[in-house]
Design a protein around this ligand. Sequence first.
Ligand code: APR
Length: 250
Amino acid sequence: METNMIKAAQAITQSRLTVALTGAGISVESGIPPFRGPGSLWEKIDPTEFAHIDAFMKNPARVWEVLMGAMKEILDTARPNKGHLALAELERRGLLSAVITQNVDSLHQKAGSEDVIEFHGTFATLVCMECGSATPSADIRLNALPPRCPCGGIYRPDCVFFGEAIPMDALERSREFASQCEVMLVVGTSAMVQPAAMMPVLAKQNGATVIEINPTPTPLTTGTSDIFLKGNAGPILTRLTEAIPIPARG
Ligand code: APR
């Protein structure tokens, strides 16, 4: 077994508080494209035109048509992969306290993770911009755009558009975990978007060991990450979980 994998397994075994920060990369093996890089969503769709709150407020039908229609189709059918399942297992074994995710796909919860902080909200719920009522997005058909609430108001997804603030509870809990954790597992994020990308830096500043999993180095790799495990989240997290011995009962 490679040295870095052994070091990572030891760090997690000895840690009293481990949290994970995940990005779009962990869901790539579930068929959801990343936002950046070859074949990514933002290569096809301009985020300033379709993922900023001003664009949505100006023309919700167009944003629904171009961006969210495409996302809804993928998210309605996506299933958790081995990477999500491995994190859920680490939580079940008492080795992982929470997952801070930038993803809006609910795949961590579908994999069985219990404490999931949705840093950028979720696409699983739509909220009426008139009456504020919420409804599962899976129940909404996109035959007329923008989709409307029975009150006549326009539905928006309960996720964070560019130009919007991070939900306060998610931000506060994430900051707390980042400043108290002994290990932070950073999986499948390009670390380009703030304030999420700040969390590993905060953890490092507070003495935590940062373990990064990504097929490609990121701005965190030199200077913040202590251990870089190069590769895809599914196989790497599966091997990491297997490398952590299960304590003998009794
Ligand atoms: N396993 C692990 N990492 C992977 C995999 C994989 N199978 N495939 C790709 N990656 C890595 C890429 O190398 C890249 O570093 O995942 C990262 C994905 O980066 P982004 O697409 O930029 O996603 P993310 O970091 O989550 O973006 C942050 O930006 O657009 C906004 O709101 C959106 O939450 C998103 C935020």
